[in-house]
Write a protein that binds this ligand. Structure first.
Ligand SMILES: [Zn+2]
Length: 192
């Protein structure tokens, strides 16, 4: 598990990575001492900050001391993420249960691997489309969110009420604010 985890992140150039895992509370314990026992080419760069969190559906089943430290809700930049994306694979795999139940262990393993790989491929290649579809809804949600007194003033979702909000229903309602600004429709930036 450590090998796979570190291999996927070794040589990353990202500054911040949030790991969502059902038992991240357990897995993250002593992760760095375990990492330094591995070959150096598997070490995550010091410049990369790693945050471990537990998916929202799973977290209530943990003991209370896990709730706040591993909650997405209390984590900057990912508060609205549920972290359960990987579980949505099950509805896809349900369709092949009758086939794999008749297979031997090797065939079942290969078939599940194929379907999981295909699911991952569709997710990767569809990421751009997904962002385009969901970004307008997210921006409206950001604009409507009330100010939290303790909120980070630098967070784009923490400024409200937004003078941009009424304009979201206009001619370029589905365009991102930076595109609408470029088009001269509004002088507002996200969060202003
Ligand atoms: Zn826990």
């Amino acid at each position: 598990m450590d090998y796979l985890f570190l291999l996927s992140l070794a040589r990353t150039t990202l500054f911040l990575i949030t790991i969502s895992y059902d038992i991240a509370c357990e897995y993250s314990r002593n992760i760095w001492s375990r990492m330094y026992k591995m070959p150096s080419w598997l070490h995550i760069p010091d410049s990369t900050k790693i945050r471990f969190r537990v998916p929202k559906f799973h977290l209530p089943a943990h003991v209370a001391k896990c709730w706040a430290p591993f909650s997405f809700n209390f984590t900057k930049w990912v508060g609205r993420t549920d972290g359960e994306g990987v579980e949505r694979n099950w509805s896809w795999l349900n369709r092949i249960t009758r086939c794999v139940s008749m297979m031997g262990p090797g065939g079942r393993w290969d078939t599940l691997d194929d379907f999981c790989n295909y699911h991952n491929w569709r997710k990767t290649t569809g990421a751009g489309t997904s962002v385009v579809l969901h970004l307008p809804t997210a921006l409206i949600d950001i604009a409507r969110r009330p100010i939290a007194p303790e909120a980070d003033p630098g967070h784009p979702g923490m400024h409200h009420p937004s003078p941009c909000l009424p304009r979201l229903h206009g001619k370029h309602a589905n365009r991102a604010p930076w595109d609408r600004e470029r088009l001269g429709e509004t002088g507002c930036r996200v969060g202003e």
